[in-house]
Every structure is written in C-alpha cells, then in structure tokens.
Design a protein around this ligand. Structure first.
Ligand SMILES: NC(=O)c1ccc[n+]([C@@H]2O[C@H](COP(=O)([O-])OP(=O)(O)OC[C@H]3O[C@@H](n4cnc5c(N)ncnc54)[C@H](OP(=O)(O)O)[C@@H]3O)[C@@H](O)[C@H]2O)c1
Length: 252
C-alpha cells in the first residue's frame, strides 16, 4: 500500500513543491490550504503525472472547528498518514514593535502557532493509532535568530522551534519521528503575502543574490523523511549561500 503524506499550505511555494516531490516518490497525498481551486488543480496534475491518489481538504488552519472537522471527515484510509508536513504559515508586516498591527500579530500567531497545533494534535493521534509516523515542522531561520522588525514573526517561529522539540519528546514512546526544517530566504509568495500584495517590494527582498527556491526545501524535507527507520534528523537550517544569518545577505 502506498504511503500517505499530508501537506498543509500546499497551494503555493514550499508546500506545493513538497506535493510534487512526494508524488514523484509514489506517496498518496492529502493536500490542504484555503484556496480550494488551486488544490483541485494541483491534485489533478499530480494524479495525471504520477498516477497517485490525492485527497483535497480546504480549510483555514486558524479556525479550530473547521480544521478538526475537515480532517476528521477524511475517509478512514486517508488517516493512515505516514508523513505530516506542517508547512502552512506566513508573515505579515515588517514594522518596529511599537508600530505593529494587532491584526497582523493575531494572524501570524493564529496561523503559525495555533494552526500548526490544531493539525498536529489530530494527525499525531492518527499516527499513534498506526504505531508510526514522521512530523516535519517548517520553522525558519527566524525561529533561531531575531532580525530587526521581525519581532512577532520571529516569536511565532521560535514557538515552532520549541514545539518541534516538545513533540519529539512526547511522541518518542510512539515511534513517531519529529524533524524541524529552518529555511533562510526562499523565493515564494511569502514576501508578497508579507507586504500584502506589493509585488515590487516583495521582489526587492530577493534582488542581488540567488535565494533558495521551494524545491531546495522540498529536497531537504525528502532527505529527512527518506532516512532509515533508526535515523532521525532533529533539525536542519538551510540557507542561500549568499545569506550568513537572519539579517546578513551579501547582495551584488
Ligand atoms: N519563503 C521564505 O523565505 C521562508 C523562510 C523560512 C520559513 N518559511 C516558512 O515556510 C512555510 C511556507 O511558506 P512559503 O515560503 O512556501 O510561502 P507561500 O508561498 O506564501 O505559502 C504559504 C502556504 O501557507 C498556506 N496558508 C497560509 N495561511 C493559511 C491559513 N490560515 N490556513 C491554511 N493555509 C494557510 C497558504 O495557502 P492558502 O493561502 O491557500 O491558505 C500557502 O499554501 C511557512 O511556514 C513560512 O513561514 C518561508
């Protein structure tokens, strides 16, 4: 029977790249995100290209009820998830703390921390019932360091780092692996979302150097997932060569 990967935030960027890679590796997929049209299109494409089965479940991870109801509504065969990629997340704004938007803060905390928790609780219990599993949490270099005006986004990703460590301890007796992947700058829709659709400002983030692309992170996740049963990759920080740390990028 094919293995199953559940990927949150599969409508773009790193999540979409993971969907392609896991399909290529013959996994059946549960794809989630809010933009259902994108999920349906991707599901069709992957089914045709790789002959894998794909289930789509559209919900907003900030909504506790919606998240739990949608996941639990999946037919039993889809609950035998082998790999959960907790990827859905975002940044909103880039302002000093005293000017920050309360709405942006709520959005980041509700998505990056609470959303990840809601999904993880449901899927961890499925994995416990199956007796195995692997949870991959997408953190960030912002979860290891803090950069100017990154305040609340960095705090949410530090929380993901802590949850990654906590999950690893709690799920240890159940044979469930837990891995944190922490990217530096990856060119996706991330900056467009951060700057609320300002494409020019978003483009500038990646000017003058070669950023990572979503496939680089998908490949890293696949490396962690494809290790032998007795090996777990606890944590990986993956940066563009031109980026030394959260705040230092060498631009030509
Ligand atoms: N790009 C970077 O430089 C970078 C660096 C380090 C870490 N990361 C992390 O990598 C992850 C993926 O980001 P990305 O770069 O691939 O950005 P992206 O292209 O904007 O993708 C973000 C994904 O998250 C989903 N998402 C956002 N809010 C959601 C919500 N409330 N409910 C359900 N899904 C939601 C989006 O789907 P919908 O909009 O369709 O819901 C989308 O599929 C995030 O956790 C991000 O923090 C990114």
């Amino acid at each position: 029977m094919a293995k199953i990967a559940l990927i949150t935030g599969a409508t773009s960027g790193i999540g979409e790249a993971c969907a392609h890679l896991f399909a290529r590796e013959h996994y059946n997929l549960v794809l989630t995100g809010r933009r259902e049209d994108r999920l349906e299109k991707l599901a069709k494409k992957l089914n045709t290209k790789y002959n894998v089965e794909v289930a789509v479940s559209a919900f907003d991870v900030r909504d506790r009820e919606q998240t739990i109801v949608n996941l639990e509504a999946l037919p039993a065969k889809w609950k035998k998830v082998t790999v959960l990629v907790n990827n859905a997340g975002l940044s909103q704004g880039l302002d000093p703390i005293q000017n920050g938007s309360l709405d942006d803060w709520d959005t980041m905390i509700d998505t990056n921390i609470k959303g990840l928790l809601y999904v993880s609780k449901v899927v961890a219990n499925w994995m416990i019932a199956s007796g195995h599993g692997h949870i991959v949490n997408i953190g960030s270099i912002a979860g290891k360091e803090v950069y100017a005006n990154g305040n609340v986004y960095c705090a949410t990703k530090h929380a993901v780092d802590a949850l990654n460590k906590g999950m690893r301890i709690d799920l240890l007796p159940h044979g469930i692996k837990v891995t944190g992947i922490h990217p530096g700058a990856v060119e996706t829709e991330f900056s467009e979302v951060r700057f609320k659709g300002d494409k020019d400002r978003a483009k500038k983030v990646y000017e003058g150097f070669d950023p990572l692309v979503a496939d680089d992170i998908a490949e890293t996740i696949w490396f962690a997932v494809s290790r032998p049963a007795h090996v777990n990759i606890n944590d990986m920080i993956v940066m563009p060569t031109a980026q030394a740390n959260a705040g230092t990028i060498f631009r030509k």
